[in-house]
Design a protein around this ligand. Structure first.
Ligand SMILES: Cc1ncc(COP(=O)(O)O)c(C=O)c1O
Length: 377
């Protein structure tokens, strides 16, 4: 059986096992809107523009969600149980963890806790923009430093910018929107020598998809360096974007500082239940990676065939070029029901394509090939 058949039949078996196992549960799931893998919505629109995991949450998480509905009248959100399960999963202590309403809340909380008029934020361009958005409501400067020619964070220039005063440094690794890796050795060399007044926000939202071995997680620093905050999410590999659950891992003193700014009774009970079940589902990570690899192969093959350049990716999306105007391309794709990206200045000559299910990528491949036949791309 080829890889694609393996992934698809493995998923089918797991879903069938799930619905077949409990008649009542199966019947309930059959009536549950949105039940089933894939992210094609009811209007047939395929979202290849938001870096979501198209596989859908794990069957175990679906079961846990349904089981937790009856607890919706209670406070608590299974917070303690989730903290303990997460600590086990990461091999850290609960004191190291800060929970957030997605990792977006963690980015906001980190700016609240560490940012100020004399502490600039130093970030790459382009990178994930959210952390910069809080500049509108809080008094801090942002220094953006372009990626290097090989699309890594420019560690040397960022370091120089941070050398003048206390700073909050944002590393998105793998980087969104480029999907590229910045060498962990280069970042480590800086962290090892940086003063405590340089705080490192290490956003590892796409960690599990990495294939480049010049990357390794920043988690190893947290006991030694209170100025390192590692940020992760359940949105990507665990496909829980709509449930909003993310977290930071840092030194207990840093976690305590971050926790002062978070909502103390989060997460909500459904996110908590699904999070615990996802961490216990030993297969979801491998299934998500396998689907991602299969979709990536279809995309690579298609772009190669069309002679369109693309960036190496370590995530569930990639950036590629087309011949012609990008806005027109996106509009034409949208007219066929495929949403494919938006502008990411200053890289206005690339489109960011998020990976859907393999059959969705086949649909995209057929469409872009049709565009080539029409002379559009
Ligand atoms: C690099 C990066 N960090 C954080 C987030 C926020 O994710 P969430 O708030 O769903 O955890 C995203 C979302 O796309 C992202 O790309």
């Amino acid at each position: 059986m080829d890889r694609r058949g393996f992934v698809t039949s493995g998923m089918a078996a797991s879903l069938a096992g799930m619905t077949g196992a409990g008649g009542a549960l199966g019947a309930l799931l059959d009536k549950t809107p949105g039940w089933g893998p894939g992210k094609t919505d009811v209007n047939g629109v395929v979202r290849l523009n938001s870096n979501e995991n198209p596989l859908g949450i794990s069957p175990a998480a679906r079961e846990a969600l349904i089981g937790a509905i009856g607890e919706s009248n209670r406070y608590g959100g299974r917070r303690q149980e989730l903290m303990e399960e997460l600590a086990r999963y990461l091999n850290v202590k609960t004191e190291n963890i800060t929970l957030g309403f997605g990792s977006t809340e963690i980015l906001q909380v980190a700016t609240q806790a560490f940012q100020g008029p004399n502490t600039p934020l130093i970030a790459a361009a382009p990178t994930f923009e959210d952390v910069m958005d809080y500049q509108d409501t809080m008094p801090f400067e942002v220094t953006t430093i372009p990626l290097t020619a090989d699309l890594q964070h420019d560690v040397g220039r960022m370091r120089e910018a941070a050398s003048k005063r206390p700073s909050l440094v944002y590393f998105c690794n793998p980087n969104n929107p480029t999907g590229t890796i910045t060498s962990s050795a280069d970042i480590d060399a800086w962290i090892a020598e940086a003063p405590e007044t340089t705080t490192f926000l290490m956003d590892e939202a796409y960690l599990e998809y990495v294939t480049d071995d010049s990357f390794w997680p920043a988690l190893k620093w947290i006991e030694q360096k209170p100025n390192v905050i590692v940020i992760r999410t359940f949105s990507k590999i665990f496909a829980m974007a709509g449930l909003r659950l993310g977290y930071a891992v840092s030194h207990p003193s840093t976690a305590a500082r971050l926790n002062e700014h978070t909502i103390q009774n989060s997460p909500n009970v459904l996110a908590g239940a699904a999070g615990i079940a996802s961490l216990k589902d030993t297969g979801i990570v491998a299934r998500s990676i396998a689907v991602n690899e299969e979709s990536k192969a279809i995309i690579h093959q298609t772009l190669d065939e069309l002679g369109l350049d693309y960036l190496p990716t370590n995530a569930n999306f990639l950036m590629h070029k087309i011949n012609g105007d990008l806005a027109t391309y996106r509009n034409r794709m949208a007219e066929t029901g495929l949403l494919v990206g938006r502008d990411f200045p200053p890289m206005l000559d690339h489109n960011r394509l998020s990976f859907g299910m393999p059959d969705e990528m086949d649909r995209w491949a057929a469409t872009i090939k049709d565009f080539r036949r029409k002379g559009w791309i």
